[in-house]
Design a protein. Structure first.
Length: 299
């Protein structure tokens, strides 16, 4: 009945009734041009699994577009490479301890406080720590101060020689007589330009030594890209510059100046053979004009 009504074959109706979905036309895949090169690609990957797709294309003689070729190489390469699982960082028992401490500091210590500098910040922080460390911690079951004696007993003894702390370096002072520490420039006395100096710094001071003598002593500046100049160093540098200029280009006093003879202009006329004629008179002088008496014109 369905075949007669629709005007189609009974076999078509039987196949449609037996299928799980409505019938549809599906074109058979035509394949890809890379299929003929797949065996050659596999051979290259077997020898060198990390060989780039461009090099493989050159080795197998591929001359067409690289898009489909790279896709096929990308599909085949994992079969020849060993697994490379990504690592994951895990924390046991200590995850978030530093973050929680910073959060507690920002919420309990910083609000409502003002600081005049790093020293004032550290002073207020020490006073605050004395207060909060006396509070009972639920995780510890007691106050942190109650654990101090046990912690000290578990500590090792202090070594006989104190460890080096802070920053220490040695260099030769350049002509600009400044040293750089943590992006800041600190002045040094210019008298030691060209000599070896030792730079030491801690949280509070920056000091420079030359042959055991202090040639610079500055308060540590924690801002970035600052230039810190000691007024004494600036004045000494200016004096040294003036002395150097005076030594290279001396300036004599007025009493040492040589007296240059000033010749009369008529002597030059005689040397050049210029005759102004009788009755002509030149007003002689260093910058005086020439005047004629008798109406004659000058040369």
């Amino acid at each position: 009945m369905i075949a007669r009504t629709l005007g189609i074959s009974r076999n078509t109706v039987r196949v449609a009734v037996a299928s799980e979905g409505p019938p549809k036309y599906e074109r058979k895949p035509a394949g890809s041009a890379v299929d003929a090169f797949e065996d050659a690609i596999r051979a290259q990957l077997k020898d060198v699994p990390t060989m780039p797709a461009t090099v493989i294309a050159e080795r197998v003689g591929w001359t067409r577009g690289m898009t489909v070729f790279k896709e096929r190489v990308r599909e085949l390469r994992p079969a020849y490479l060993p697994p490379d699982p990504a690592g994951r960082t895990t924390y046991e028992e200590h995850k978030g301890i530093i973050e929680r401490a910073h959060d507690y500091l920002e919420r309990s210590f910083l609000p409502g406080r003002t600081f005049t500098g790093p020293g004032d910040f550290n002073h207020q922080l020490q006073q605050w720590l004395v207060l909060v460390n006396a509070r009972t911690r639920r995780v510890l079951g007691c106050a942190p101060t109650a654990r101090i004696s046990a912690d000290r007993q578990a500590m090792l003894t202090v070594p006989p020689v104190a460890p080096a702390t802070g920053w220490r370096s040695a260099t030769r002072l350049a002509r600009d007589h400044y040293i750089r520490l943590d992006s800041n420039d600190y002045s040094v006395h210019p008298a030691v330009i060209g000599r070896r100096i030792e730079v030491t710094a801690d949280l509070d001071r920056v000091r420079v030594f030359c042959d055991g003598k202090v040639v610079a002593d500055h308060e540590r500046v924690w801002a970035w890209h600052q230039t810190i100049t000691d007024p004494e160093h600036g004045e000494a540098a200016e004096m040294l510059r003036r002395n150097r200029i005076g030594a290279l280009r001396p300036v004599h006093g007025s009493e040492d100046r040589m007296t240059v003879e000033q010749r009369a202009l008529s002597d030059y006329d005689t040397a050049l053979g210029i005759d102004l004629g009788e009755g002509a008179e030149r007003v002689d002088g260093r910058h005086g004009p020439i005047s004629l008496v008798g109406g004659q014109c000058p040369l």
